[in-house]
Design a protein around this ligand. Structure first.
Ligand SMILES: Cc1ncc(COP(=O)(O)O)c(C=O)c1O
Length: 390
């Protein structure tokens, strides 16, 4: 780092994003098979775009909205939280944000003081690690139990708690593992949090993408957790709206104004046009969500079938949710995942994400996204078979 550059310690502690680095390198390769983005390939459904267009035409989007989000949108969110998450909410407990990412950043900023420890069941979404660092907090990685589908290690979490621990931050369904934490595990996690007066910040971005009879459970639905949970959600994955940048959080009416103090300097408000699109998403037919889920189930099954044919190279846990999976690399070459993924990109023309991007417990793995077409998966795996087997 150039010493003349006046960069804060907190930003210097953040490493370059391996995900963005792989994207950059992938652009240099012609006709790459691309499995490294957690971004739906489908476009936003037409009725949602129409909602935004109508709002533009009616002159509704040129100004800021209320900083906490449009009242009409928050009212619809309250209904959704009751219907799908079993969370009893009031509009005063909702904050509309610039995606789930800004919701989590604002929540972490509101809760974490410099030096506070945040427990991250790991491997975990790389951005969560950065969100803790940027608040000058300390990420504490507690490995999940890989051979039980990357389930929560509750004893490990209890052991990791110190007087400096302030919060637990997790995503379920999980990025990068595809794990869906079970209601029983989350009820025990709630007990641990309450016993130690910890905040639990959730990232429920993939709440609608669960398979094989698994159920998404929101820890914020446990009445005793009301004061200790900040639950973060988004429209971006559910409705293929990543570029619109709109999400929201639920917390108590005492906490929301505090989180708002962090939200305003970062965003003022979520984009007004996107809030109208989100309103159309909630009010319209939910058939598109079913269709996305059915597509991801097909692509997950295809990816698992193709991985079975490479079982001397990779061992995997079948993902129960999200559209991501996290195979372990069995060959000695794969123990340094960053070098392995770059080599796969250059030599097999397949773009994946190195496991190390998801914390130290992610090493010797790679992340594969199945939010792509079946053709893309077949193209990638034809190349991997050719590269490893023939
Ligand atoms: C676990 C998780 N949370 C949040 C996000 C981003 O959500 P948003 O677009 O709502 O900010 C992602 C995107 O990859 C993700 O994987």
């Amino acid at each position: 780092m150039d010493r003349n550059l006046r960069i804060s310690e907190r930003v210097q502690r953040i490493e370059k994003s391996a995900i963005h680095e792989m994207t950059r390198l992938s652009k240099e390769i012609e006709d790459v098979a691309f499995l490294s983005w957690a971004k739906p390939t489908s476009d936003t459904p037409e009725h949602i775009k129409a909602g935004a267009i109508a709002a533009i035409k009616n002159g509704l989007v040129g100004g800021y909205s209320e900083t906490a989000g449009l009242l009409e949108l928050r009212e619809e969110i309250v209904k959704k939280l009751k219907r799908d998450n079993n969370i009893d909410a009031d509009v005063s407990e909702i904050l509309v944000t610039v995606g789930a990412i800004e919701a989590i950043s604002a929540a972490v900023m509101a809760v974490i003081d410099p030096g506070d420890e945040v427990i991250l069941p790991s491997p975990t979404y790389s951005t969560h690690i950065r969100q803790v660092l940027i608040a000058s907090g300390k990420p504490v990685f507690v490995p999940t139990v890989e051979d039980k589908g990357f389930s929560l290690n509750l004893d490990g979490i209890e052991k990791a708690i110190t007087p400096k621990t302030k919060a637990i931050l997790y995503c379920s369904p999980a990025n990068p593992t595809g794990a869906v934490f079970k209601e029983k595990e989350l009820r025990r996690l709630a007990e641990v949090a309450l016993k130690n007066n910890l905040m639990v910040i959730t990232d429920e971005a993939y709440e609608y993408f669960v398979y094989d009879g698994n159920k998404h459970f929101s820890i914020g639905s446990i009445p005793e957790m009301k004061r200790n949970a900040i639950s973060c959600f988004t429209f971006t994955k559910t409705y293929a709206m990543t570029g619109w940048r709109v999400g929201y959080l639920h917390a108590t009416k005492e906490l929301v104004p505090q989180i708002l103090k962090a939200h305003i300097p970062f965003a003022i408000c979520a984009p007004a046009v996107s809030q109208y699109a989100a309103l159309a998403a909630l009010k319209g037919s939910q058939e598109c969500v079913t269709q996305f889920r059915e597509h991801y189930l097909r692509t997950r099954n295809l990816m698992c079938d193709r991985l079975d044919r490479l079982n001397s190279i990779f061992a995997y846990q079948k993902p129960s949710g999200s559209y991501l999976m996290f195979p372990k690399i069995l060959i000695p070459d794969g123990q340094d995942s960053a070098t392995f993924c770059k080599k796969l990109l250059r030599e097999a023309k397949v773009s994946t994400t190195p496991g190390i991007a998801f914390g130290p417990t992610g090493e010797a793995h790679l992340r594969l996204s199945f939010c792509v077409t079946e053709d893309e998966i077949n193209k990638a795996f034809d190349r991997l078979e050719e590269y490893f087997i023939s």
